[in-house]
Design a binder for this molecule. Structure first.
Ligand SMILES: [Zn+2]
Length: 466
């Protein structure tokens, strides 16, 4: 049994479970406390119910303030801004009232929960908006370009170079003193680039760039369809020339110019002569199969598939490496034109060989699908197997290769249709994520690497790995 005890100092230890103690001292006190609690509940219930409740009023007032002065909420409570102070106090009131009402009925709890949710929803609205913007940015392929009338060749070329990160960085990060008076083409292209980067979804017009390039080369003045690779080359060289002429800025040339070495060996004296030539893009020959020449592609493919069933592999497509071999293959100089040998001092038979000597950081490849001559104007539709990661190590002549020969594909210019009636589009890897997108004038859609290389690829843009 529990009982009150007296220690040696005469102090009394009260046992709360002693029934006589409760009866004598606490009964009336407990009754008073219960009455106070009931009184508090009644007051809170009246405050939190009805359309004019304090919580509702606080939430509404906070909503209206938080939307316009959100940054002030994060200021310290010692701020002298009355609006800030009122926001801080309102916040405290809402939270305190919510806690006090936790002992109320279920309906009151539901009401408070809803209003408190509304309060926190407002707090998080800006964060949600920011996340939505980020998500949209991730899913958006960027800005399309309006067709100005047979201008798909311009749009396709622009989308290619607008997805070459180091090229874009050169234009956007021009020194401040150069920005004060930019030459016309650089100025027009830079304005377009900035506008394209600011449009996450939608399109704009490349009209100003077209006008500037047309003044440089009248071929691009009208509305006739032109070669997109040619426009691409003219634009890049024009930007390079303007920066070199006005500011001695060779950034674009340093980035995109490579070197081809031509070696000619005289059959008579066996002396070798080397000549180096700079290139902006490499033209890669495509060898047409006999079936393709005579229009028997379908028959050829059926035959190849049938042979594959019996375990015999027939290569019906060409590879990109094969195109390099075509370009760099040895060529006999004799019957079609002899070589004038400086040692022999006379025309002689010789053998000519091209090699990659200096690879640029950005490598542009042109698949020579279009043939223009007196007897045959046509488009070669041979499918080329394109590598997403390209290693050109075995094609480089230079012994002391001190830079990587491995490249990543970043953009593909595609051409559908025929030589006389076709359409250019561009597939490109997004600058801010690894996803591929298809840029078809003002239409921009998510695509894949497989989509990009499944088409009639015409121009390929690679960036060297670091
Ligand atoms: Zn010779």
């Amino acid at each position: 049994m529990y009982s009150n005890r007296i220690n040696i100092l005469g102090q009394v230890h009260l046992n709360p479970f002693n029934s006589s103690y409760l009866n004598e001292y606490s009964f009336s006190g407990i009754a008073i406390i219960i009455l106070l609690i009931l009184f508090t509940i009644i007051i809170d219930t009246r405050q939190c119910s009805g359309s004019g409740s304090i919580v509702a009023a606080c939430s509404k007032q906070f909503q209206s303030v938080s939307r316009t002065t959100w940054p002030d909420v994060h200021q310290t409570s010692t701020s002298t801004n009355p609006q800030t102070l009122s926001v801080t106090n309102l916040h405290k009131t809402v939270v305190d009232t919510s806690v006090a009402s936790s002992s109320s009925t279920q309906s009151q709890n539901t009401l408070n929960a809803r209003e408190t949710d509304s309060f926190f929803n407002n707090i998080g609205q800006r964060s949600i908006d920011a996340l939505t913007d980020y998500k949209n940015k991730q899913e958006s392929g960027g800005c399309g370009l309006e067709n100005l009338g047979h201008s798909c060749y311009i749009n396709s070329a622009l989308q290619c170079i607008c997805h070459i990160r180091p090229f874009v960085e050169i234009i956007l990060n021009l020194p401040e003193q150069q920005l004060l008076q930019l030459p016309p083409i650089t100025s027009a292209y830079r304005r377009l680039l900035i506008e394209m980067q600011s449009i996450l979804k939608g399109s704009t017009s490349a009209h100003e760039v077209k006008i500037c390039i047309s003044e440089l080369n009248r071929r691009f003045a009208g509305t006739d369809e032109q070669d997109s690779h040619e426009f691409l080359a003219v634009l890049i060289e024009a930007l390079h020339d303007e920066l070199m002429t006005n500011y001695q800025n060779s950034s674009i040339g340093d980035l995109m110019h490579g070197t081809l070495r031509s070696t000619v060996k005289c059959f008579a004296c066996e002396k070798e002569t080397n000549t180096d030539d700079s290139f902006l893009s490499l033209p890669l020959p495509i060898h047409r199969s006999a079936a393709a020449i005579f229009g028997f592609d379908t028959v050829k493919n059926i035959f190849a598939n049938s042979m594959a069933l019996f375990g015999f592999g027939i290569q019906t497509d060409s590879t990109l490496y094969g195109c390099f071999e075509n370009l760099l293959a040895e060529e006999q100089l004799g019957a079609n034109g002899q070589w004038f040998c400086n040692t022999c001092q006379k025309p002689t038979d010789a053998i000519k060989k091209l090699d990659l000597y200096q690879l640029p950081r950005v490598l542009i490849l042109q698949l020579k699908r279009f043939t223009y001559d007196l007897t045959d104007d046509t488009k070669i539709t041979t499918k080329i197997h394109v590598e997403e990661v390209l290693n050109l190590g075995r094609f480089v002549k230079k012994d002391d290769v001190d830079q990587s020969t491995i490249y990543d594909l970043v953009a593909v210019m595609a051409h559908t249709g025929t030589l006389t009636s076709g359409h250019y589009t561009t597939f490109a890897r997004h600058l801010n994520n690894p996803d591929w997108y298809h840029y078809n004038d003002w239409h921009v859609h998510r695509a894949s690497f497989s989509d990009a290389v499944a088409s009639d690829t015409y121009v390929l843009v690679y960036e060297r790995q670091h």
